[in-house]
Write a protein that binds this ligand. Sequence first.
Ligand code: NAD
Length: 308
Amino acid sequence: MLLVVTGGAGFIGSHIVDMALAEGHDVVVIDDLSTGDLARLDRRVKLIVGDVSRAGDIMRVLEVARGKEVALAHLAAVVGVQEARERPQRAVEVNVLGTQNVIELARRLDAKVVLASSAAVYGDQEPPLREDMPAKPVSLYGLTKLQAEQLLAMASQDYGLKYVALRLFNVYGERMKPGPYASVVYNFINAAIRGLRPRIFGDGRATRDYVYVGDVAEAFMAAAKSKASGAFNVGTGRETSVLELLELISRVSGRRLEPSFEPPRPGDARRSAADVSRIREALGWRPRVSLEEGLRRTYEYMRALSGP
Ligand code: NAD
C-alpha cells in the first residue's frame, strides 16, 4: 500500500509514518512545515512541501501516487481550541477547505481517507462519549472538525468515498509539541525536568482521556486497511483528572510537583472520556499502553532531549 500522510511531519503524523514504513508500506508526506519538523522524517519518505488548503499543492500527490493502491491519512490542520480561536479564517481554510481538497484527491486515486478528527466535536457533554450522541462542538476547532467529518460523509453518500473519521481524545507521547499551546502532559513533564512549578487552569478536577501516540498510530493503520466506515473514538475509556495526572508524573519523574492554580480557560470541557466499544468491535483496536507506561516513555524521551 502507498500511504499518503498530510501533516506527516507533525507529532502524530510522524508516528504513523514510522509505523507504515516499519510495516513495509511506501509513504508520501505532504506538509507545509508550519508546525512540523523535517528532521523527523525518514529518508525513505517522499516529501511534498505544500499546503492542503491549496488544491494545486495537494494535486501534486497525483504525480507520485497514480496507479497505486493508496490510502490517505489526513492530519494537516490548525490544531487546538486556542489556535483556531486566534486564527479563525485560517482554521476554516485548512481544516474545512483542506479536507475538501483531500476528498478530491481521494476520488481521483480511488483511495480511502482516514481523518484525524477530535473529541472536540462532542463539546461539553457527560462522558462516556459515544459516536451515536449528537455532536455539539463548543469551539471553532471542534466545529471545523465536525464539518470535515460531514464533508467526508457527504462524499461517501454522493460518490461512494470510503472514509473513517477517528475522533482522537488527548494524545500524548514522544515528539509532543512545545510552545504556547503545549498540552498539559508536555507542560507537567517539562516542569518536572526543569524544576518549575506546574500551572493548573481551574481546580484540577477536570478530566481527560489520555491516549498514547503509538496506540493512535495503530488505530490509523487499522482504519486504513479495514473496510469499516464512519466515525470512531480513539481513547482509552478512562477518565483521569489533572491532579491524578500530576501525581502520576511526580511518580514517573521522582519529583514532588507543587502546582499553582489559575482561572479555567474558556472552551475547555469539564469532563471527557471515550466509549471505545465501537472501534474495538469494528477494527479490533484497543489501547495497549497504560498511562503510567506512556508517561514514563514520554518523560524519558523529553529528559534525554533536555541534555545532561
Ligand atoms: P501537529 O501540529 O504536530 O501536526 C500537524 C502537522 O500538519 C504539522 O506537521 C504541520 O506542519 C502540518 N500542517 C499544518 N497546516 C498544514 C497545511 N495547511 N498544509 C499542510 N500541512 C499542514 O499536531 P498533531 O498533534 O500531530 O495533530 C495532528 C492531527 O490530529 C490534527 O488534525 C489534529 O487536529 C488532530 N488531533 C490531535 C490531538 C492531540 O491530542 N494532539 C487530538 C485530537 C485531534
